[in-house]
Design a binder for this molecule. Structure first.
Ligand code: FA5
Length: 344
């Protein structure tokens, strides 16, 4: 091939390759052009072979043109490849973008259970009046739950609290009163304690009765404690919780561990005393049995009743939370239904 022909072929090849590169739509098409033009057996390699036949002066000139053609095609291939990569990146970014200004879908922080809210308020109130907060075990001895509270084995008062019995003289505590015994034995007189906790009874469940519920025990042992002291603390308690006037009534109540014993009822805050399922249509909710501590209980607690006396109360904490938040079915508090619990 003559020098002029070679130059012509080179130019045709160059323009054809550049055109092909611009028209290519895929990386595979680009690679095919690269192999065709720049590959070891490609068109430029063929021309390079032909150059050997040229006169030395022409060879140098055509050689330069060949290199130039090679560089031009290489650059065109590179920049077209970069275009493809950019397009691929844009497609991916469009598909995978995330709007960081959208509200988070992270789990909501939890909130305190309504019973816990009321429990904490009462704890703060009593701590401010010099009381200590104690806790006792949910699995108790029969002795602490009954005997030490002046309820011997054959006493009919045992039937007032239908008990879940365990093996070896143990039971699920039916009230928080056994913590009175533990508190007296541990700290001795004078004593001001409260003990919130979970208790268990084999109860038929209805809007105001659960088999598992919360009570809050209170006890004060000192010299010459009277019913007047008891009513003062109970009034302070109820005013602190309800932040409004509540109507209460005291009825005589029988519990072997207090003498005299009372039932403190509050007028139902859900129906205002008219009657509803929670107050069993009576207008009153039994909330707070209380009384002066029986001398036998003091003795079981290692305290001399000739020198000391005291009052005790056993608040129905779950029922108090119902009154406080206007909850008309106790089962809602145990159910773990987040739609209900998120309201507090
Ligand atoms: C007692 O448990 C006594 N230990 C209370 C006491 C302590 C009296 C100290 C005197 C001195 P009672 O069985 O009445 O008493 O229960 C106390 C309170 O727990 C009740 O007033 C009521 O508010 C609540 N309560 C009782 N049974 C249930 C139940 N099944 N579900 C929800 N709350 C209940």
């Amino acid at each position: 091939m003559s020098e002029a022909n070679l130059e012509q072929t080179l130019e045709t090849l160059r323009t054809g390759a550049l055109h092909g590169v611009r028209a290519a739509q895929t990386l595979e098409a680009l690679e095919a052009i690269r192999v065709d033009v720049l590959g070891r057996k490609g068109s430029l390699a063929q021309i390079s072979k032909e150059m050997g036949k040229l006169a030395p002066a022409d060879r140098a000139r055509v050689g330069k043109l060949l290199n130039l053609a090679k560089q031009t095609v290489e650059q065109a291939l590179e920049s077209r490849k970069a275009e493809f990569e950019l397009a691929a990146l844009n497609t991916r970014l469009n598909a995978e973008w995330v709007d960081l200004t959208l509200p988070s879908t992270a789990p909501r922080p939890g909130s305190l259970h309504p019973v816990t809210i009321v429990q904490k308020e009462i704890e703060d109130l009593f701590i401010s009046m010099g009381f200590t907060v104690l806790s006792g075990p949910e699995v108790e001895t029969e002795f602490n739950n009954f005997d030490a509270l002046n309820i011997p084995p054959d006493h009919p008062a045992r039937d007032m609290q239908d008990t879940f019995w365990l093996e070896g003289g143990h039971l699920l505590r039916t009230h928080t009163s056994p913590v009175q015994v533990r508190g007296m034995l541990k700290f001795g007189p004078p004593l001001r304690m409260i003990a919130p906790g979970r208790v268990f009874r084999n109860e038929e469940v209805d809007p105001s009765h659960e088999h598992t519920f919360y009570q809050l025990e209170g006890m004060m042992v000192d010299r010459e404690v009277s019913v007047a002291n008891l009513t003062y603390f109970m009034k302070t308690l109820l005013e602190g919780i309800f932040h409004r006037d509540v109507t209460v009534r005291l009825r005589p109540g029988y519990f072997p561990f207090v003498e005299p014993g009372f039932e403190l009822d509050i007028q139902c805050l859900l129906c205002g005393g008219k009657g509803c399922p929670v107050c069993k249509q009576s207008g009153w909710v039994e909330l707070l049995p209380c009384g002066l501590v029986h001398p036998n209980v003091l003795r079981f607690g290692g305290i001399d009743p000739e020198k000391w006396n005291g009052f005790a109360f056993g608040l129905g904490l779950t029922r108090l939370a119902m009154m406080r938040f206007g909850i008309d079915d106790i089962r809602l508090l145990q159910g773990g239904d987040l739609r209900f619990l998120r309201q507090f």
